[in-house]
Each structure stands twice: as structure tokens, then as C-alpha cells.
Design a protein around this ligand. Structure first.
Ligand code: SF4
Length: 214
């Protein structure tokens, strides 16, 4: 149980969900909804392979797999896919199955860097997201703007979870690739007039026996 003044813990994985769509984040982290689609299955299998991997030594750099991370200051907890322990400092690496779509994963990676800084008492300037579909490693610099966006996202997620608030559905280009589209029903929720019509039909009483027969 949380004592008063203690921050409600935000899972690091929630940051990418929130950045992609706040409603998706709320459905997963408040409503505990999870639906598989081809992207989530590929992602899960890829992460299982990473978790099964052992720590390695690559070009003299030790790579720690599935490293637990936390930040007391930000109230964050999660796991890094890999952390390269370079002479210049720790370098987090996050693996994604798909292609790069916006900076959503960068915020998640930046949260990992903020945790590593607090845990190890060092500065973390860069990390990378590896996209399997493109077989490309994309380096991310943790500048002031990305740090601010990441910390703002953590605060907004915490407020959303504490208020058990489900944001509206944007019903836009993000939805067709979202594994939660069948649960979320953005076409209905995003159109108030259609929703009102469906609600009315839902509670319209059936005619009793003999009623409605003219
Ligand atoms: S279907 Fe669209 S609105 Fe609903 S959670 Fe997914 S991205 Fe968000």
C-alpha cells in the first residue's frame, strides 16, 4: 500500500502507449485490457527472445539484458531490453518489431535513461532504438526537450491513473494499427451523435405482448 506523499508508480512501458494514444494507455493500464494483433504477437516473441538471451560482451562492452530500472524521484519502474555498459557510461537499447513511427519509443528510452542516471549516479546522454523491420539502430540523444516531454508524460499518466480517467477516442490514422480497436470502438466513441443514437436504441424497450400489433 502507498503511504501518503509517496508517488503512484508509473510503468515505463506506459509512456510509449500514452505518447501514441492516451486512450490506449488508459485502456491497458487502468482497464487492464489487452488484445493481441499481429504487431503485439511479433513484439512479444521478440521480447521473449531478448529476455532469454544472456548478458554478453560485444567489442569489449558488457551488455546487460532485461535490466530492472526504477526512479524514486519520478515514481517510475520497468525493464530495459538491454543496457550497454560503455566506458563513456550506460547506453540503453530498446528493441521494436515494426518501423519507426514518430518519437513514441524515444520517450520510453529517455525514461530508461532518467532511471539509469538516478540509479547509477551518472549522466546518460544517448541510447538507441533498434527497429527489426528496418534492421536499423536509431540513436536518440536525451536533450532537454526530450527529457521535459518524458517527465510531462509521466505526470500526465499518473494523473490519468489516479483519476481513473478514460480519454476520448481520436478516431484517426493511429486506429487501424492499434490492437485495441475492437475494444475501443473509436468509430462509435469518436462520433457523439452516432453514440447517442446507439445508446437510445440500446435502452429502447421491446413492445409487450400484443403491443405494437395494429
Ligand atoms: S483504437 Fe484509436 S482511439 Fe482507440 S486506443 Fe487505439 S489508437 Fe486510441
Amino acid at each position: 500500500m502507498r503511504s501518503s506523499g509517496e508517488l503512484l508508480e508509473v510503468p515505463i512501458s506506459a509512456i510509449e502507449h500514452f505518447s501514441y494514444c492516451p486512450r490506449q494507455c488508459a485502456l491497458i493500464h487502468i482497464e487492464q485490457v489487452f488484445e493481441e494483433n499481429v504487431f503485439t504477437i511479433r513484439g512479444r516473441l521478440a521480447h521473449e527472445r531478448i529476455e532469454a538471451g544472456e548478458d554478453t560482451l560485444s567489442s569489449g562492452v558488457r551488455v546487460v539484458r532485461s535490466a530492472p530500472l526504477w526512479s524514486e524521484r519520478l515514481g517510475l519502474r520497468g525493464v530495459a531490453d538491454a543496457v550497454e555498459l560503455r566506458p563513456s557510461g550506460p547506453y540503453p537499447v530498446e528493441y521494436k518489431v515494426g518501423r519507426r513511427r514518430g518519437r513514441h519509443a524515444d520517450l520510453q528510452l529517455c525514461a530508461q535513461a532518467l532511471c539509469l542516471e538516478e540509479m547509477m549516479g551518472v549522466e546518460v546522454h544517448r541510447g538507441a532504438v533498434f527497429y527489426h523491420a528496418a534492421r536499423r539502430r536509431y540513436e536518440v540523444r536525451f536533450d532537454a526537450e526530450l527529457r521535459r516531454r518524458t517527465e510531462d508524460a509521466v505526470e500526465n499518466i499518473r494523473a490519468m491513473i489516479e483519476q481513473t480517467r478514460l480519454p476520448p477516442a481520436p478516431n484517426d490514422a493511429r486506429c487501424p494499427n492499434c490492437s485495441l480497436i475492437n475494444v475501443c470502438m473509436p468509430q462509435v466513441i469518436g462520433e457523439p451523435a452516432r453514440l447517442r443514437g446507439l445508446k437510445g436504441a440500446l435502452f429502447h424497450p421491446w413492445p409487450g405482448p400484443g403491443e405494437g400489433d395494429d
